[in-house]
Design a protein around this ligand. Structure first.
Ligand SMILES: Cc1cc2nc3c(=O)[nH]c(=O)nc-3n(C[C@H](O)[C@H](O)[C@H](O)COP(=O)(O)OP(=O)(O)OC[C@H]3O[C@@H](n4cnc5c(N)ncnc54)[C@H](O)[C@@H]3O)c2cc1C
Length: 284
């Protein structure tokens, strides 16, 4: 098993409880993946970090061989995987390999989108939830998925103002309950609009926002951060290096390991799970 986020943990426990010998390689120093950063209750635990600690105990009880700080770097020969930890190279051979390495955040294309002060929604959440840092006090949110809207709801409680939520489509993309909560706060929502530029020198001072439909004007909104919630790119490198087919999913604009609904790839012994398999996890 490669990756100890929620999907890697679930697969590892399921296999171990059916009697398989399971090794779980995780590049971070803790299990839990992105869900460990969540500040709200997770499956009966007070927050994601406590849930991750409970999962660690369950993995131990199920005798899963958990290797932390162990980054899988590739497959050599048949099913022979190599990972790198602080002691050096770790070699593992398995009948079946499941890749659950998650997905990467992507930026939107707009002028000066690499200006200091432009964050991905998950990076911003990570700074707030895991490190207790509030990097900005007046934010504009580009995108209206679950992550974007949950940030728009929680940031005011932490002392930040939300200048607006900008969505290219005609409706908020977040789960209906989240979208409804956002509407009830009176936060400005710009539907059928997009961010066209980050403005500022050393860092973001404002953002330009334009209507998607031609002929309508552009507005400038003061903000000290632009938080981008764009479709995430599933990680595919490990599966591809191991010989699985990868293709472009045009409706989401991402590359992804080709797999069936059960995660089976073009290699009979290699499977993908979770966001690495293109699963879109909904909050709530
Ligand atoms: C603030 C926040 C709140 C959230 N709230 C919820 C919620 O309420 N409900 C919900 O369902 N979801 C929630 N999510 C989303 C959820 O956390 C993610 O969708 C989920 O973590 C994806 O699971 P995953 O196992 O596919 O990937 P990840 O969680 O990204 O895990 C992938 C793991 O693989 C490891 N890895 C990557 N490459 C390698 C490698 N080469 N070798 C070894 N290890 C590697 C990574 O370190 C990571 O631990 C939240 C996320 C955040 C950040």
């Amino acid at each position: 098993m490669i990756g100890a986020g929620p999907s890697g943990i679930a697969e590892a426990l399921a296999f171990a409880r059916r009697g398989a010998k399971v090794a779980l390689l995780e590049s971070a120093a803790h299990v839990g993946g992105h869900l460990a950063e969540f500040m709200e209750p997770v499956f009966g635990n007070p927050n994601g970090w406590e849930w991750a600690k409970a999962m660690r105990r369950e993995l131990e009880a199920a005798r899963v061989d958990v290797r932390l700080n162990a980054e899988a770097i590739g497959r050599f020969e048949e099913h022979f995987f190599v990972a790198c930890d602080e002691r050096g190279l770790l070699r593992t051979r398995a009948d079946r390999v499941i890749v659950a390495t998650g997905a990467y955040d992507q930026n939107e294309l707009f002028a000066d989108s690499d200006r200091a002060g432009v964050y991905s929604a998950r990076a911003f959440s990570k700074l707030v939830a895991l490190y207790g840092v509030l990097p900005a006090r007046n934010v504009l949110i580009a995108g209206s998925g679950d992550f974007a809207v949950s940030l728009a709801l929680s940031l005011p409680e932490l002392g930040a103002r939300v200048a607006g939520v900008v969505e290219k489509g005609g409706a908020l993309r977040a789960a209906p309950a989240l979208a409804e909560r956002l509407r009830s706060t009176g936060t400005p929502v710009f539907l059928r609009h997009r961010v066209t530029a980050a403005v500022g020198w050393n860092r973001v001072k404002s953002a330009r926002v334009a209507a998607v439909d031609e002929g309508e004007g552009e507005i400038t909104t003061r903000c000290d951060a632009i938080i981008v919630d764009a479709p995430r790119q599933p990680s595919w490198e490990i599966a591809s290096q191991a010989g699985a087919d990868v293709g472009f999913v045009s409706e989401r604009g991402v590359f992804q390991t080709r797999c069936d609904p059960g995660g089976a790839t073009s290699q009979p012994w290699l499977f993908v799970a979770g966001e690495a398999a293109g699963d879109e996890v909904r909050l709530g």
